[in-house]
Design a protein around this ligand. Structure first.
Ligand SMILES: CC(=O)N[C@H]1[C@@H](OP(=O)(O)OP(=O)(O)OC[C@H]2O[C@@H](n3ccc(=O)[nH]c3=O)[C@H](O)[C@@H]2O)O[C@H](CO)[C@@H](O)[C@@H]1O
Length: 355
């Protein structure tokens, strides 16, 4: 039996593409292992996946900001590297697939030193740190945006890896779950998998105006629910939607979202009008700004920079988006939808060691 080790974590954006691949990998006869962190989101997202064998390792975050943990984390990275090497020796995988995120770094380095072929996938317009480290060792770096592959020798444009379940939603079920009657358009607010405080606050502040036109479902992120909003008519808040996500997506008529790569490609595939508020440069390497600019240029999204976000601009931008939704839907319809699943599965098969 062929064995594959998947890795990636830190936020759901580095996990859901791996989850998308699992049904296809099982179908192709792989035994699926996952190396993730001890306490990261990947562990909880995989807890209900009986077909994946989870192996936790120590991991340290490579931060862009000052923190006391910057002192202890290098040791955890070294510890994680030792654990990853031991695991790979024991599991003897035929191939490693890395989705990036800081936990992927020791796994990729261990795979390189044990000569296990590596296939990596980059979700963003420019490669993140983990994939920058992985790229020289990778047989193939699959990219979500065509531009990312340009001028990179081992890079291949495949598109985004989307979970099939995202397409299985039902609007009526979604409305029932939310307790909305469907008479007003439904706005879904999604601050990325971790939530986004700036977006959350703008939504709460402008809700009195938003509710005149829309019913609002708000994915706030873990630990970010607002008790004062509980019980408001036309408003539902959740920390994170898992099983219910497809039905909520089906019920939504427009989205307000961060510009994380997986989220925006899901919106494109589902042809949902969307207002993107990308994570600003002050809090990231700027990948969401590039993702959002690319979607704006191609007519799929309306963009509101976070520096301009307040209760007025949020209201005006969403009202305008909804008025002009036909134009956005048409651009997304023309683009069509390309799921990278089968091309990435083929690349994995082609590069895996023989049995
Ligand atoms: C703060 C940060 O570092 N963000 C990065 C992170 O975003 P983040 O982790 O937010 O990732 P994405 O927006 O790419 O993906 C989020 C995924 O979580 C799912 N979801 C979200 C909310 C929810 O309640 N339920 C649910 O299932 C979405 O449907 C999507 O599949 O990884 C992305 C992909 O590398 C990057 O583009 C982002 O810049």
């Amino acid at each position: 039996m062929k064995r594959i080790v998947l890795t990636g974590g830190g936020s759901a954006g580095h996990v859901t593409p791996n989850l998308a691949l699992v049904p296809g990998l099982l179908e192709r006869g792989y035994e699926v292992h996952y190396i993730g962190s001890v306490d990261g989101v990947e562990r909880s997202l995989l807890a209900d996946e009986p077909d994946i064998l989870y192996h936790p390792i120590a991991s340290g975050k490579l931060r862009r900001y000052k923190s006391l943990k910057n002192l202890s984390d290098p040791f955890r990275v070294i510890q994680g590297l030792g654990q990853a090497r031991r695991l790979l020796k024991e599991l003897r995988p035929h191939v490693v697939f890395s989705k990036g995120g800081y936990v992927a770094v020791p796994v990729v380095l261990a795979a390189a030193s044990r000569k296990v072929p590596i296939v990596a996938h980059e979700s963003d317009y420019t490669p993140g740190l983990a994939n920058k480290i992985a790229q020289p060792y990778a047989k193939v770096l699959c990219t979500t945006f065509p531009e990312t592959a340009e001028g990179r020798e081992n890079a291949v444009y495949t598109g985004a890896l989307l979970r099939e379940k995202v397409f299985s939603g039902n609007r009526r079920r979604g409305l029932e779950l939310l307790g909305f009657n469907g008479q007003k358009p439904v706005m879904l607010v999604m601050g990325g998998s971790l939530g986004a405080q700036a977006i959350n606050e703008a939504v709460w502040e402008s809700f009195k105006r938003l509710k005149i036109r829309f019913d609002v479902v708000h994915l706030c992120g873990r630990g970010h629910l607002n008790p004062q909003m509980e019980g408001e008519a036309g408003y539902r808040q959740l920390e994170y939607a898992d099983e219910s996500l497809p039905d909520l997506f089906a019920a939504a008529d427009l989205f307000v979202s961060r510009a994380g790569s997986n989220s925006i490609f899901e919106l494109l595939a589902l042809q949902k009008p969307n207002l993107l508020i990308p994570l600003p440069l002050s809090a990231s390497r700027g990948d969401q700004l590039l993702n959002a600019r690319s979607f704006e240029k191609r007519g799929f999204s309306k963009v509101l920079p976070q520096e301009e976000l307040d209760e007025d601009t949020l209201y005006t931008a969403t009202a305008d988006l909804f008025e002009n939704r036909g134009k956005y839907i048409e651009a997304m319809r023309r683009e069509g939808y390309r799921n990278a699943l089968s091309s990435v599965l083929d690349i994995i098969d082609k590069n895996a060691l023989p049995e």
